[in-house]
Design a protein around this ligand. Structure first.
Ligand SMILES: Cc1ncc(COP(=O)(O)O)c(C=O)c1O
Length: 450
């Protein structure tokens, strides 16, 4: 198999950086101006991670494409890292937003939309009760708090190299089998090794051992890891995991924020999983901030039994703007009109086409890489085999190579997520978009191995 010549990679990267800067004078000027008022020239720290010398500044986005201020068109496979999986500004959501925005944005009172969304979520995910937050991070935090309250247990369990948003307890990884704060964890309030157990995905023995002491309130998991490349569960894994969590009285929170790519009811409905809580954020409101968490009848009864009306606004589950009228109108329209079964029926074959194109190029050029797909999300990884757990997936990451692939694509009008090599399909992503990616991917690897 072919290996990557690092000197060649470096010189190709330099060439691509020059091209990126030369072709984007307006973004460059905006970035220079931004550096005077925004830390690092960006509104959010991770926006510094884009592979170019500066991020392209966006003029407008629509559907599966956007234009930068220099007039370049990009096919968007990043889609706001799932926040815009609906396609940018989908018309169904936009008309609901336009109507609601003139009738009140945030009230601290419910609107009928809240019920319509709750009813729609019931149908999709087969859980009876729903609450809202503004971000998936918050939805996860609230579910964890409730799980701790219900079980009266202090710890949570997550999987190695998971990501669930900026939830303090989840920034923990295994280093030579020892649980330690994740590299880059900024100012942790307490050492996550105190709050959290961490085990490898697909390792049932490790899970059982970690839960045996009966001090773990909940397992928080993505049903397939999506934030370290894609790691799929082995056959029978979820069923056994559920039996083990029940055996030790640990609640199960399934975070479907990314795995919603598996279908309209996420991986949970596609594979008939049976969680105690389910979290779903990012694209639920078509890009307007909004997230939700649902739970079983049994959990609902436990919450109600412990509820204290006088303190319910300061109990740690909250958010002034959570459940606001605008988010709920956007959620109602997105669920009813945009992220429909028909949309998934179009999106999933697009991801199959993307994966087939990438897999063929990998095979044709003899690269030790592979491609994995989950519903309408696909991803290539710099390893010859598909990873079984977070460690294997993380070990296959190659920051320099990843940045080259991203920058090469960006210079040719294709945007991948800045974090790894993920491509997501929107309901309006076309075959032509996919074929253009395949061509650019082939050209990139051809230059790499030449
Ligand atoms: C699986 C998962 N859950 C939750 C989150 C947090 O979402 P947000 O940053 O919108 O709070 C992320 C973010 O990437 C995620 O990947």
């Amino acid at each position: 198999m072919v290996s990557i010549d690092r000197a060649r990679l470096k010189s190709l990267m330099e060439r691509e950086q020059q091209r990126f800067v030369q072709e984007r004078p307006k973004s460059n000027a905006l970035f220079e101006r931004a550096r005077k008022s925004l830390l690092g020239g960006v509104p959010m720290n991770w926006m510094a991670k884009w592979a170019g010398a500066f991020p392209p500044f966006v003029r407008e986005a629509q559907g599966a494409e956007f234009f930068d201020v220099d007039g370049h068109r990009y096919i968007d496979f990043c889609l706001g890292d799932t926040g815009a999986m609906t396609g940018h500004s989908p018309s169904g959501t936009v008309s609901a937003i336009e109507q609601q925005i003139r009738r009140g944005i945030t009230l601290m009172l419910p609107s009928e939309d809240a019920i319509l969304v709750g009813e729609e979520l019931q149908k999709r995910f087969a859980l009876p009760y729903w609450q809202f937050a503004l971000t998936a991070t918050d939805a996860n935090r609230f579910a964890i708090r409730l799980a701790r309250q219900i079980t009266d247990r202090p710890k949570i369990l997550v999987f190695n190299w998971c990501y669930h948003g900026t939830v303090d307890e989840t920034f923990i990884t295994l280093t030579d089998g020892v649980a330690k704060a994740r590299r880059g964890n900024i100012g942790p309030p307490v050492d996550p090794a105190i709050t959290t157990r961490v085990v490898e995905f697909n390792d049932l023995d490790a899970l059982e051992q970690a839960l045996q002491a009966e001090d773990v309130a909940c397992v928080l998991m993505e049903p397939a890891l999506t934030n370290v490349g894609i790691v799929l569960p082995e056959p029978g894994y979820h069923q056994a995991l559920r039996e083990i969590t029940r055996k030790y009285g640990t609640l199960l929170i399934i975070d479907e924020t990314h795995t919603i790519c598996a279908g309209p009811g996420g991986y949970t409905r596609a594979e008939n999983l049976d969680p105690d809580f389910l979290v779903f954020g990012k694209p639920i409101a078509g890009g307007v901030p909004g997230a939700t968490y649902g739970f079983t009848e049994e959990v609902a009864q436990c919450i109600v039994a412990r509820q204290n009306l006088e303190d319910c606004d300061t109990g740690g589950v909250g958010g002034t703007l959570a459940g606001n009228a605008l988010s709920l109108a956007a959620m109602r329209a997105t669920l009813q009109k945009v992220l429909t079964k028909d949309a998934f029926d179009r999106m999933i074959p697009m991801a199959e086409r993307w994966s087939a194109g990438v897999a063929k190029a990998i095979a044709d050029f003899g690269l030790p890489w592979n491609v994995t797909r989950l519903g309408c999300r696909a991803e290539y990884l710099f390893s010859p085999t598909t990873p079984k757990n977070g460690t294997q997936a993380h070990d296959a990451m190659d920051f320099d190579l990843e940045r080259f692939m991203h920058l090469y694509a960006m210079n040719r009008g294709i945007l991948l997520t800045p974090f790894h090599n993920m491509a997501l399909m929107s309901p309006v992503t076309s075959k032509e978009d996919i074929d253009q990616h395949t061509k650019v991917f082939r050209d990139a690897v051809k230059e790499l191995v030449a």
